[in-house]
Design a binder for this molecule. Structure first.
Ligand code: NAP
Length: 486
């Protein structure tokens, strides 16, 4: 099935076209699913289309593996994760090549994604041994009140295409550290990085059944995972409508939910902002991963007195940007994931232009899925792109006058994932960061993601946190033990 791969791998064994169930690499019975390169549009690999019965098999494998994995000491589990981390770093370039090939992002960004993923592996191999219980002073004599942390059990992980390695490692590392076992379903658009990650896990000594990957079309796999009473947690990263649908499907079996959903991040630039810092923050917050990030600055609000200078400097940066092949070192950003994504960005641009916006700068780019980076100014406060995630390289500048107005506009969304603000005034920073309805606030920076901090949203952006010690607790149940007669 393997065809010659552009950006060829040092270790060809990492290009895997089988699913992974109970420690066995598995072919599908039906027609395989093509994996396309979003830049060349070439089909370069195929993965099995597994349905409900194979998903049920994966759940059984995870359930069988659970008691022995949970019974290992946290330090033993941490040691397996440590070996996996070392393999991840040893194969960093190959993993990055796979990410570029199936997702399209630039090789530099893909290397950054591997490092970000390694951060979760490193954090949780250490956190595994730091899960402490509690001894509570008893109000009644002769009793000992204790709290222990136990692994939840079998967990399902459903991940999107935009960060195919990081979104998976962010779930699998804490789950395995806590003693849970996992059945994962990567996006059908980007399954290969996940399969290579599983292969390295196998080499690191992750026992069969502890980590399973089911590839295929989403609906039957999702239905089986959600309706299973054996699966005790669903951790989902993706869009809000799909997250809401899966949460409803999990309700009858009362699963723990982790939902990392859509965002619509505002970035506020106040009059007193340092222009260079604000520009750097806006460029990275908007254009990282070609704008295909849940924390992308979708709405850039700029206060009256700094707006002209900010737009002029931003335009200069955008006109030098190049969209193209992720393997070409001249590319600032890669192609978009599919033609629907390109069409959506064009609709957002055209609707804003129809409402009075002006194009202030355009970068260059060629290719069917390539959208040349663009900057719009004078965007109306109610433009379509202020209401929906654009998920592409279109920066939109919207004006505001007072601090109160800026805050009100920033919060005028049902989403609450990331927010950004640029200012040098400590009291304004404190007031605005407190007033923003969001799970995360970046101040004078557009790069906030790190494994050691809690990532997650409020409102319709989701439930729970990933990363940090809080991310480990999401995979644990508290057990209260009351010992009397002492
Ligand atoms: P999506 O359509 O919701 O897909 C996400 C995952 O869900 C994919 O694996 C997809 O599989 C699967 N899926 C789709 N329909 C399903 C169903 N009926 N049952 C079970 N699984 C199903 O989202 P996307 O377009 O891939 O990703 C972009 C969205 O993710 C954006 O809204 C972005 O903001 C959000 N996101 C959030 C975070 C965060 O941390 N909050 C991080 C990254 C992305 P297939 O791809 O195989 O169809």
């Amino acid at each position: 099935m393997t065809k010659a791969i552009r950006g060829s791998l040092d270790d060809n064994d990492l290009l895997i076209q089988n699913a992974y169930i109970g420690g066995v690499w598995t072919q599908g019975k039906g027609a395989p699913i093509a994996v396309d390169d979003p830049f060349t549009l070439e089909t370069f690999a195929e993965i099995p289309d597994l349905g409900a019965s194979d998903t049920a098999r994966a759940i059984e494998a995870a359930a069988s593996a659970f008691p022995a994995w949970a019974a290992r000491t946290a330090h033993e589990r941490g040691a397996v994760l440590r070996r996996w981390l070392e393999l991840l770093l040893r194969h960093k370039e190959d993993l990055a090549r796979l990410i570029v090939r199936e997702n399209g992002k630039t090789f530099g960004e893909a290397l950054g994604e591997v490092d970000y993923s390694a951060g979760f592996m490193e954090l949780y191999c250490e956190e595994a041994g730091r899960t402490l219980g509690e001894l509570i002073p008893s109000p009644t004599p002769g009793r000992r009140l204790m709290v222990e942390r136990e692994p939840i059990g079998v967990c399902a992980a459903i991940t999107p295409w935009n960060f195919p390695l990081a979104m998976l490692a962010r779930k699998v590392a804490p789950a395995l550290a806590a003693g849970c076992t996992v059945v994962a379903k990567p996006s059908e658009l980007t399954p290969l990085t996940a399969l290579a990650y599983a292969k390295l896990g196998e080499e690191a000594g992750v026992p069969g059944g502890v980590f399973n990957i089911v590839t295929g079309f989403a609906a039957p796999i999702g239905e089986t995972l959600c309706s299973s009473s054996v699966v005790r947690k669903l951790s989902f990263t993706g869009s809000t409508p799909v997250g809401a649908m899966l949460a409803a499907a999990c309700a009858p079996t009362i699963k723990r939910l982790g939902l990392e959903l859509g965002g619509n991040a505002p970035l506020l630039v106040f009059n007193d902002a340092d222009l260079d810092k604000a520009l750097d923050a806006a460029i990275v917050a908007k254009f990282r991963n070609g704008g295909q990030s849940c924390i992308a600055a979708n709405r850039i609000y700029v206060q009256d007195n700094i707006r002209d200078r900010f737009i002029a400097a931003f335009a200069e940066r955008v006109s030098g940007m190049v969209a193209g092949d992720g393997f070409d070192s001249a590319s600032t950003i890669g192609p978009l994931i599919n033609s629907a994504a390109v069409a959506k960005v064009a609709v957002h641009r055209d609707e804003a232009l129809g409402g009075g916006a002006r194009i202030m700068a355009q970068g260059s780019g060629q290719g069917e899925r390539v959208f040349a980076p663009a900057l719009l100014a004078d965007v109306a406060q109610d433009a379509l792109l202020t209401r929906e995630e654009t998920f592409g390289p279109l920066a939109a500048i919207i004006g505001f006058s007072t601090v109160e107005e800026g805050l009100t506009l920033a919060n005028a969304t049902p989403f609450g994932l990331a927010t950004y603000l640029c200012s040098e005034d400590p009291s304004l920073i404190a007031r605005v960061s407190r007033g923003l309805e969001a799970g995360m606030v970046g101040i004078n920076t557009g790069l906030i993601s790190t494994a050691v901090a809690p990532f997650g949203g409020v409102k319709m952006s989701g439930l729970g946190r990933e990363g940090s010690a809080h991310g480990l607790a999401e995979y644990q149940n508290l057990k209260y033990i009351c010992q009397g007669g002492l």
